[in-house]
Design a protein around this ligand. Structure first.
Ligand SMILES: NC(=O)c1ccc[n+]([C@@H]2O[C@H](COP(=O)([O-])OP(=O)(O)OC[C@H]3O[C@@H](n4cnc5c(N)ncnc54)[C@H](OP(=O)(O)O)[C@@H]3O)[C@@H](O)[C@H]2O)c1
Length: 315
């Protein structure tokens, strides 16, 4: 493998960075998530090329979770192989996040939000990614059965241990989120950001008041699935392509693609064309235009998709 040397101009576009809430951290407006395209069915060299391309474009933030793959753990393991080979010299330029909260291993401790589960999961993630620390560790979902204080104290202790520099909350309801932010604040731990789904087809975080509330609290907001898993691109306008997430009929169900939705997407696509944008670019810009949104975490199968998406934030 040829030695990777990052593009010297990767930070030339200073408008591409945005402050994450009231913190010291700047994040790229477009971040890359490794949920579905870094599993063992994906080509490893293409994964490596995609990460290099992303970093060359100024994408410093990579979003993972313990269970990303498939199989669970595969994305972190691949990311670790790439980091430890070609990206190691750039570790201090990278902002790596991971999460725990969904089922990861068998038995009562491989799921949800207990101290035992979060601590063990982060240790496993660090081993898979061959890292000493992550920049950001999230509680991946709200656990109605574990006392909130137990989950939150685990986050405090994780920061104190140096295994994560910041912590974040993903998919918690509003009231629990506000409680969590305050719990952490009283222990001098910054809750850096909230990760939630916001896209042109799903505005629940706006309607529930979460986006506004976390902005008021000084957190950043990073949006996952900003393209509604690919629906907000031109790929489903004429049916379900052979190579597509919907073809797997798992996280993106075929039954979603009703004639009404296709009509809605077609009309959005026409609007994008009038604006001289692709539908993906218009959809990402729409998310970024919300006050309080720091970054959109896109998933990309390949460089062409990521290049298209980057057009929402780069001239
Ligand atoms: N906190 C949470 O609970 C949570 C939940 C979900 C996701 N996330 C995070 O958010 C990240 C992004 O989620 P996502 O993958 O659902 O994001 P997304 O950007 O909404 O969807 C990504 C998919 O859209 C398609 N696509 C992307 N760009 C395209 C383009 N320019 N033209 C045509 N198709 C395009 C690709 O589908 P094909 O593969 O079909 O080509 C790609 O895999 C994840 O990787 C993860 O880091 C977090």
């Amino acid at each position: 493998m040829e030695k990777y040397i990052a593009n010297e101009k990767r930070y030339a576009d200073t408008d591409f960075l945005q402050r994450c809430g009231e913190s010291g951290i700047l994040l790229p407006k477009v971040s890359l998530g490794l949920w579905q395209n870094f599993g063992d069915a994906a080509d490893f060299e293409e994964n490596r090329a995609l990460l290099h391309y992303a970093f060359d474009q100024g994408i410093t933030h990579f979003d993972l979770a313990n269970n990303y793959g498939p199989p669970p753990g595969c994305a972190e393991e691949r990311f670790g192989r790439i980091i430890s080979s070609s990206l190691a010299p750039y570790r201090d330029e990278l902002f790596v996040s991971t999460k725990a909260g969904y089922e990861m291993w068998a038995g009562p401790y491989g799921n949800w939000g207990s101290r035992k589960s979060l601590m063990a999961s982060l240790d496993q993630s660090l081993r898979r990614m061959q890292l000493d620390y992550v920049d950001l560790f999230y509680t991946h979902r709200y656990d109605p059965l574990t006392p909130l204080d137990e989950t939150l104290q685990a986050l405090v202790d994780i920061v104190r241990s140096g295994k994560a520099l910041y912590v974040g909350i993903s998919r918690w309801p509003l009231e629990a989120t506000l409680y969590g932010i305050e719990y952490l604040r009283q222990r001098d731990v910054r809750c850096l950001c909230y990760q939630g789904r916001l896209n042109m087809l799903d505005q629940e975080v706006v309607e529930s008041g979460i986006l506004e509330a976390v902005r008021r609290e000084g957190l950043g907001f990073v949006s996952f699935s900003p393209l509604a898993q690919g629906l907000l691109t031109d790929k489903y306008l004429h049916g379900i392509p052979e190579v597509s997430r919907m073809q797997r009929d798992a996280s993106l169900r075929k039954s979603l693609l009703t004639p009404e939705l296709i009509a809605q997407l077609t009309s959005l696509n026409q609007q994008a064309q009038k604006e001289g944008k692709t539908l993906a670019q218009m959809a990402l810009r729409w998310v970024l235009d919300h006050e309080g949104v720091t970054s959109v975490i896109v998933g990309a199968r390949n460089k062409a998709q990521l290049a298209d998406s980057l057009g929402c934030a780069k001239g």
